[in-house]
Design a binder for this molecule. Structure first.
Ligand code: FAD
Length: 234
């Protein structure tokens, strides 16, 4: 089974600050890390590879510094790392992000399974996984708490309000994985050092085969008009 895992670099802080002029996140001066919820998607992919064979590819869209999280994924054991990066992708909202990632995955694949984290701890929308599935026209299951490969079939548990439902998932498909699904492995020091030498494959605007008008700020229908902090009710 060939699996792609989408991972995102996020600021290493719970106190995000917004630029009052542009209404975007201030990322300067804040350390960046792998989105903690993406660890569970990576671990799920590595366990599925062990059960079903195949390969695992980690893909991120971001600035050149996002290579750091791809190195962590390599140290955990993924076979290939891909950085989708181009000035044209800057300012993307969740629509443009998921479209660009979907087209990159289409060029890289075909993949049997695409895994995402539940949500990114900075943007927090949980829209990118479902967006990728919609752009690729494949089934999606969100809030997945358990993944099994049984006699050539993918079986998952999906969290509901009052319990879980067990589903057989036709492939190709896209899943968003919750932290209940597994306990992510810690890469060894040796694997981390090895990964420092790793150069991820790079994809730019020409490689994803999208017109510039469909990417970045230009391809983003969202406009942040105003941001306010709600006052606490007494
Ligand atoms: P979620 O949907 O919560 O993420 C769910 C999962 O999807 C993640 O766990 C991960 O598995 C996957 N995923 C999410 N993003 C990526 C990614 N980039 N690569 C690989 N996998 C991913 N953000 C910027 O970083 N730079 C900008 O310049 C920028 N400009 C913006 C401008 C506007 C007008 C708006 C509305 C938003 C902007 N954002 C920008 C925020 C950006 O929309 C989101 O951070 C991004 O689309 C992902 O959404 P999210 O963080 O809510 O991810």
């Amino acid at each position: 089974m060939n699996i792609a895992v989408c991972i995102k670099q996020v600021p290493d802080t719970a106190e995000l600050k917004l630029d009052p002029e542009t209404n975007t996140l201030i990322r300067d001066g804040v350390d960046a890390v792998l989105n903690p919820l993406d660890d569970f998607a990576l671990e799920a992919a590595l366990r599925l590879r062990q059960a079903a064979g195949g390969t695992v590819t980690a893909v991120t869209m971001g600035p050149p510094q996002a290579e750091d999280i791809l190195r962590k994924a390599r140290a955990m054991g993924v076979d290939e790392a891909v950085l989708v990066s181009d000035r044209a992708f800057a300012g993307a909202d969740t629509w443009a992000t998921s479209l660009t990632l979907a087209m990159a995955l289409r060029q890289l694949g075909p993949y049997d399974l695409i895994l995402c984290g539940k949500q990114a701890i900075d943007g927090d929308t949980a829209q990118v996984g479902p967006g990728i599935a919609a752009h690729l026209g494949i089934p999606q299951v969100t809030y997945v708490t358990r993944i099994d490969w049984h006699e050539g079939r993918l079986l998952v548990n999906r969290l509901l309000d009052g319990g879980t439902v067990r589903l057989a998932v036709p492939l190709p498909a896209c899943l968003t994985v919750l932290k209940e699904a597994n306990e992510p492995r810690l890469p060894t020091l040796a694997a981390r050092v090895d990964a420092l030498r790793d150069q991820p494959r790079r994809m730019g605007l020409g490689d994803v085969r999208l017109p510039p008008k469909d990417t970045g700020l230009e391809g983003s229908p969202t406009r942040v008009v105003r941001i306010t902090v709600p006052t606490a009710a007494r």
